[in-house]
Design a protein around this ligand. Structure first.
Ligand code: MLT
Length: 407
């Protein structure tokens, strides 16, 4: 009989958010009369901006005519979108990124999971703890780790994010080849300053490492002193890949559009020490395994950069940030230490008990779904994450229910 990839056997039985979904379904079956409020997975609830809707509709109309019809598009994305991204997200902020270095895709989850394919099997990898599970699981699947021993896979260098370091991991004392960083952070909501990112860029330069920088939540940054892209840091072009998404800023979780920046100056070597252009490798992989995001979706994404679209995105993210403020204030009133929620849609809460216990308590007593911190790594134990993605009335009601449940 055909054999399986046994690395999959090292993984936990199911992905964190599938685990949570199963517990929630079981609760709903047992308590059909009790409506639940979801503040778990970071899935948006508010409709697409009007500007995106209009562009989407117009592009569908294009597809209905012989003259304006689009078949396969460029795998890397249409020039209209890549140009808008390069200008608005990078050049206007002083970051030297060219449109040709942008790869449009259907999600930052897919890209941050797939990117490891272009690197060697025996590279040394540093991952934060707590961490978005995709970075870890995709490397486990690829066979770059040993077994999971007490919540940590053998072979990874874990970068603890704790109250002591303000949830921004310190530079490791050892040399690694690949580092995953995410700011504003999922799950803690922490942000990194320019000085902190500069230290990471310098470290990567020193040890010939590449930083995989996940900036999916950048639209929530309000503190003007914080960097929005790692490419705002001098030298980052030579050491970093950045992932961005239209999911959380413009509500594209169900529409699907994201992009990855792979600068042409980024190099990695083969076993003989010969240098190769990482952009060319990712381009090869992307063109082989991906056929581009649909034309209407890219037109909708382009509208994010119009005057109307930008104003709507600002209003949408302001709305979720106000939710975050309500959640944080309520949890602090209840005596919990919290971080995040200011330049981020996530609030990270010290639950003062095992995280799954608090998850169960909030689900069973308040009908509120959160995300247990332990699902993000051993440093997440004792914490929960509450997401600000829901309607105002549901967020307010969720906090009232939690207050009543804990009274
Ligand atoms: C999360 O809740 O951590 C995110 O929604 C996951 C994702 O964006 O894939």
């Amino acid at each position: 009989m055909i054999r399986i990839n046994e690395n999959y056997l090292k993984l936990k039985a199911s992905y964190l958010f599938s685990d949570i979904a199963k517990r929630v379904s079981a609760y709903q079956e047992a308590n059909p009369e009790k409506p639940i409020i979801r503040l778990g997975i970071g899935d948006v609830t508010e409709p697409l901006p009007q500007a995106c809707q209009k562009a989407f509709h117009a592009a569908i109309d294009d597809q209905g005519t012989r003259e304006a019809f689009h078949g396969y598009g460029p795998e890397q994305g249409y020039a209209f979108l890549r140009d808008a991204i390069a200008k608005n997200d990078f050049k206007d902020r002083g970051a030297d990124i060219d449109a040709s270095e942008i790869f449009v895709s259907d999600g930052a989850k897919c890209d941050s999971g797939n990117i490891q394919e272009i690197f060697g099997d025996d590279i040394r990898i540093a991952v934060p703890d707590p961490v978005y599970p995709v970075y870890v699981d995709t490397n486990v699947m690829a066979g770059r780790t040993g077994n999971n021993v007490e919540g940590r896979y053998e072979g990874f260098v874990y970068l603890d994010s704790t109250p002591e370091n303000g949830y921004v991991p310190e530079i490791p004392s050892e040399k690694v080849d690949l580092v995953y960083l995410c700011f504003p952070n999922n799950p803690t909501g922490a942000t990194a300053t320019k000085e902190q990112l500069k230290a990471w860029v310098d470290y990567a330069k020193d040890c010939g490492a590449i930083i995989l920088y996940d900036a999916a939540y950048v639209a929530f940054i309000r503190d003007a002193s914080l960097p929005q892209s790692i490419y705002e840091i001098e030298g980052a072009r030579d050491v970093a890949i950045e992932f961005r998404s239209f999911s959380k800023n413009a509500g594209f979780t169900g529409t699907r559009c994201a992009y990855t920046v792979v600068p042409k100056s980024l190099k990695a070597q083969d076993a003989s020490g010969k240098e190769h252009c990482v952009h060319a490798l990712w381009n090869r992989r992307h063109c082989t395994k991906f056929n581009g995001v649909s034309y209407p979706v890219q037109k909708a994404a382009e509208a994010v950069y119009s005057e109307e679209g930008a104003a709507e995105v600002k209003a949408l993210t302001d709305f979720y940030l106000e939710n975050a403020k309500i959640v944080k204030a309520a949890m602090q009133d209840l005596g919990f230490d919290c971080i995040g929620g200011e330049d981020s849609p996530y609030i990270w809460i010290n639950a003062k008990r095992p995280s799954w216990d608090f998850f169960d308590l909030l689900l069973n007593e308040a009908g509120v779904v959160c995300t247990p911190g332990a699902g993000f790594g051993t440093c997440g134990e004792g914490h929960i994450r509450i997401s600000a993605f829901n309607s105002r009335s549901k967020v307010v009601e969720a906090m009232e229910r939690i207050k009543a449940a804990l009274a």
